[in-house]
Design a binder for this molecule. Structure first.
Ligand code: GLC
Length: 364
């Protein structure tokens, strides 16, 4: 697995827009347009009333990732831009939150004071505002900070400065906006992130004493590595996050950014006892680590790519979602619209069976 996730190449993710998917899910052609410069800032938004997850106090339950938009180097570079109408559709489908991956580092100065580009910040404000207006909670993360993962010592100050600005900027947001300091720490950050995240939490707490903070485990937030996660003692409102893409040969078959994935095409998932046990054991580990750390566990990404057999995707998705829920763990499907998508933005429709696997018992 170490090797498999390490095969993720940031540059290769640029190919996402051209990833093959079922005929009706092919994303629109890539564009290099930039985000709207005149996007209005978030206006005062009332906190939606929500029922926290019963066992853990975590304000998240069932969510979906708004992938491939704001974490592209420029929004639109991977073929899509976030649309306001998505958020009402997501809420209506029965999700309670969205996770919004954002490539903050691509829009931040490389020298002191590491200022975040104001036009980009306003665009993120707009998208966050759309989610809140739709009654959804929001996990706002820092995605694809590859420079930090390569050179933590050289980029640490920048990472801290970005979050200091974000924490100040978003301090007035309702508590249903959660911060996730770094998506999938990996590479050299495997050795530094546990310490650096403790400092990030201190920085965020100066302006956001009660904000929920989602902390990814090292080594791509792999379930197998959740045991290495260290959280500062005595800190409240922390959530441990893992990503679930197992078995990887099934979920990433045919994915252009996963080395060797062409050979995995045709891998099915049928829910045999052996297949179930493999994922159960991993989820058990996440659950027991959460108990040990005394924090809720969030499976912030899970999903199977559109090149996999659709029936298998439905079975796997249903199984993972229910198993997380049985363990009191919240989750966010990767992703709304694109290669793993549960929603067809062109037709403005969810794929009913996949949606039914995520949110059962609704009339989809
Ligand atoms: C990670 C990557 C993202 C990729 C996803 C599924 O979140 O950052 O680009 O699409 O995993 O492989």
């Amino acid at each position: 697995m170490a090797k498999r996730r390490s095969a993720f190449l940031l540059l290769a993710t640029l190919l996402l827009a051209s990833c093959a998917a079922p005929a009706s899910t092919v994303p629109p052609a890539a564009t290099t347009e930039k985000p709207t410069a005149t996007a209005p800032a978030v206006t005062a938004v009332a906190a939606p009333s929500r029922t926290p997850s019963p066992d853990t106090g975590c304000p998240l339950r069932r969510g979906v990732n708004i992938g491939n938009c704001l974490e592209a180097p420029q929004e639109g570079a991977w073929g899509m831009k976030a649309q306001q109408e998505w958020f009402a559709a997501v809420a209506e489908a029965g999700f309670d939150h969205v996770r919004i991956p954002v490539a903050w580092s691509a829009h931040t100065g490389k020298e002191l004071p590491y200022a975040i580009d104001e036009v980009f910040l306003k665009r993120v404000d707009e998208v966050v505002g759309w989610a809140l207006d739709a009654g959804l909670a929001v996990v706002m993360n820092m995605h694809h900070f590859a420079e930090y993962c390569e050179d933590p010592a050289g980029q640490r100050e920048r990472l801290f400065a970005i979050w200091e600005q974000l924490a100040e900027h978003y301090k007035g947001m309702p508590e249903t906006v959660l911060f996730e300091p770094l998506n999938e720490p990996n590479g050299n950050a495997d050795r530094t992130f546990n310490n650096d995240v403790a400092e990030l939490i201190r920085i965020i707490r100066k302006t956001n004493p009660d904000r929920w903070i989602v902390v990814d485990g090292v080594h791509w937030a792999n379930l197998q590595n959740i045991g290495s996660l260290r959280l500062p003692e005595g800190e409240k409102r922390l959530i441990a996050s893992v990503h679930m893409y197992e078995p990887f040969q099934f979920t990433h078959q045919g994915a252009s950014w996963a080395a060797g994935s062409g050979a995995w095409l045709g891998t099915t998932w049928e829910g045999t006892d052996k297949e179930k046990k493999f994922v159960d054991d991993l989820l058990d580990l996440a659950e027991s680590t959460g108990k040990k750390l005394d924090v809720p566990v969030y499976v912030g990404e899970f999903g199977a790519y559109g090149m996999a057999d659709f029936e298998s995707r439905v079975l796997w998705t249903d199984y993972i979602a229910r198993q997380c829920e049985q363990r009191g763990m919240s989750w966010a499907y990767w992703e709304l619209y694109s290669g793993f998508g549960v929603y067809d933005s062109g037709r403005k429709k969810f794929y009913d069976k996949l949606l039914g696997a995520l949110i059962p018992g609704e009339d989809h």
